[in-house]
Design a protein around this ligand. Sequence first.
Ligand code: ATP
Ligand code: MG
Length: 244
Amino acid sequence: MNAYKVNPQAKFRLKEIKADKSSGDKEKVKAKLLELNRELEELQEQLYAEHRHKVLVVLQAMDTGGKDGVIRHVFEGVNPQGVRVASFKSPTPLELDHDYLWRIHQAAPGKGEMVIFNRSHYEDVLVVAVHNLVSQKVWSKRYAQINDFERMLAEEGTTIVKFFLHIDAEEQKKRLQERLTNKSKQWKFNPADLEERKLWDEYMKAYEAVLQRTSTSWAPWYVVPANKKWYRNWVIASVLVKTL
Ligand code: ATP
Ligand code: MG
């Protein structure tokens, strides 16, 4: 799993990690995931019972990257009592009146709790940087602010693990088309995703900066090859079980 961990010291190039990478036999890996699900379920129960540690899992990805799939398949079977998903959409006017970490901090895990961030404060250096929603002078300070914030959480007892679900532009195209043609997936189709897709290269640059600058010993990033859903799920489940 360490192969996918972004080393805080080393130079990081997103291109060096292939989105369609996998290893092992698909059916065997899927069976292994079921075992990891059971392990995760047991460990989460202990986390809850002990009421001491806090766990924060951050999920970031391009549109169609598979955050929802990870939440469904990796956390399958965990007790909803003690696991919470916090989804961060475009900020409300009230949220925009505050600093960008205001809404994030409120959603952070308490003792015994595991919280999954479906998008996160990283949007404030991703979509915000790509669209210049605030000036560069403002957003460029945020990498260090985020590192400080996460270090504070860690020092106060939160274990943080962050995943970037890495798909390539071809795979996104396939998934968007699937959303258009497959009736049961149409509800997920959002025409705005097509507009964002045009900015793919800008997003990749923004992600590269994030991964390079905010992978720390107290809150590491993992870049997960995510074209193949079964492999993606297995990588994340393995990292989580090890982390717990
Ligand atoms: P998702 O796209 O995560 O699967 P969704 O399609 O259900 O979820 P959307 O309405 O697309 O929900 O909400 C997510 C959108 O909110 C993304 O386009 C994201 O970039 C945007 N967003 C999240 N946080 C911020 C932020 N801090 N500033 C601006 N936009 C943000
Ligand atoms: Mg969306």
